[in-house]
Design a protein around this ligand. Structure first.
Ligand SMILES: Cc1cc2nc3c(=O)[nH]c(=O)nc-3n(C[C@H](O)[C@H](O)[C@H](O)COP(=O)(O)O)c2cc1C
Length: 369
């Protein structure tokens, strides 16, 4: 593998300025339903992201003050980077009201979901369905823009399907409507996660609009992040699945892009254990949590590591959380004794460009909620 810290990439993107919010490095954790909860966001923030995002949150749930909905927007006060709160909805005035409530509770930025292909969301005219009704999307942006003082962004896909890609024109209209940045997941809704993200569209949008454009789709390695910057000219990179069990991807990019204050040092397996145990600890803190999700967390962290498959099968058989963590510790001792470096293992593991196991299942889980 190429040394992840080699000075191969001459690109050092400047900080991303989205209205009043400065994102440095211009590296953003993507919203992921069922994944990017407060503990996940904290870990990724501590490891180098310039901004983190909640999962999509229902405008209606926020307006009705539903505790489960509001819980999704809550963040520990110690978060070291701006928090973008992503909302989904189809009604402009309702979205504006929800956004105002979020602003009052400390959100740094409101992101509007115009890309979710999940039936439950699209059926309401929200998410990716908004790409079929750009006039409504524009009204939504205008209403939210009028309603809050914080920056407003939109996360889009390319269109509903390959026969209806009007995203360049839509992006222009969004910019005129006052959006402060546009994040582009370069697939259509119908594609879901299949095939490769088509980054050429990110470049086309970047060339067409005066606001910052954040590229998203298939960045699961340092090399892919460099390539996305180079090939699209985007102002920031958003990482979703590549962040699962791999916050070190952010650490290395933040270092390479000169945004870590020179504080980089190679993590060792002790750091790895502290990260995982810290993540698990805050995940389990308070309310009882589903064992299945904890299993997924540990599986993600084990990806790419020697004997990871053995650990995954052992934690599947474990009867309770204590036993899972016990097995994890014993496995980790053996890995550490093997002498491989954490970054060699974790950055070597994330070069694949297709969905990581577990993510698809989680997405379906989110759909059922
Ligand atoms: C489990 C899962 C949940 C997701 N939930 C959301 C969501 O709530 N809002 C959203 O805009 N995109 C969501 N996405 C899409 C991601 O934000 C991102 O656009 C997509 O995964 C492509 O980026 P990647 O290749 O870096 O993963 C989700 C993706 C996954 C895998």
């Amino acid at each position: 593998m190429t040394d992840p810290l080699s000075p191969l990439s001459p690109l050092r993107p400047p900080a991303l300025v989205i209205g009043s919010v400065r994102v440095d490095p211009p590296l953003i954790l993507a919203p992921m339903a069922g994944v990017t909860d407060a503990p996940f966001r904290s870990v990724v923030a501590e490891h180098g992201a310039g901004m983190v995002t909640t999962e999509m949150i229902s405008v209606e749930g926020l307006r009705r003050r539903m505790p489960v909905t509001w819980k999704l927007a809550r963040q520990e006060p110690a978060l070291s980077v701006p928090l973008a709160v992503q909302v989904f909805g189809a009604d402009p005035e309702a979205a504006a009201e929800a956004a105002r409530m979020l602003e009052d509770r400390g959100a740094a930025l409101i992101d509007i979901n115009a890309g979710c292909p999940v039936r439950k969301v699209a059926r309401q005219g929200a998410g990716a369905a908004l790409l079929r009704d750009p006039a409504r999307l524009v009204r939504l942006v205008e209403a939210v823009r009028r309603g809050v003082g914080i920056p407003v962004t939109v996360k889009v896909r390319l269109g509903w399907d390959g026969g209806s890609i009007h995203i360049v024109e839509t992006a222009r209209r969004l910019a005129s409507a006052g959006v402060d940045a546009i994040a582009v997941h370069a697939r259509t809704a119908v594609q879901q996660y299949s095939g490769r993200a088509d980054w050429a569209w990110i470049r086309r949008i970047k060339e067409a609009v005066p606001v910052p454009v954040v590229g998203n789709g298939d960045v699961t390695s340092v090399a892919a992040a460099r390539a996305m910057l180079r090939e699209t000219g985007c102002d920031g990179v958003m990482i979703g699945r590549g962040a699962l069990g791999n916050p070190w991807l952010f650490t290395v990019l933040a270092h390479e892009w000169g945004s870590d204050g020179g504080l980089f040092r190679h993590p060792d397996w002790g750091d790895f254990r502290r990260t995982v145990r810290g993540h698990v600890g805050s995940f389990l803190d308070g309310a009882p949590r589903p064992a299945g999700h904890l299993r997924k967390l540990l599986s993600w962290y084990s990806r790419g590591c020697p004997d990871g498959a053995r650990l995954r099968s052992q934690i599947t058989e474990a009867r309770d959380v204590g036993e899972m963590l016990d097995r994890f510790d014993r496995w980790l001792e053996a890995v550490a004794a093997g002498g491989l470096e954490v970054l060699t293992v974790k950055l070597g593991s994330c070069q694949r460009l297709h969905p990581l196991p577990g993510a698809g299942a989680l997405f379906e889980e989110a759909e059922r909620q």
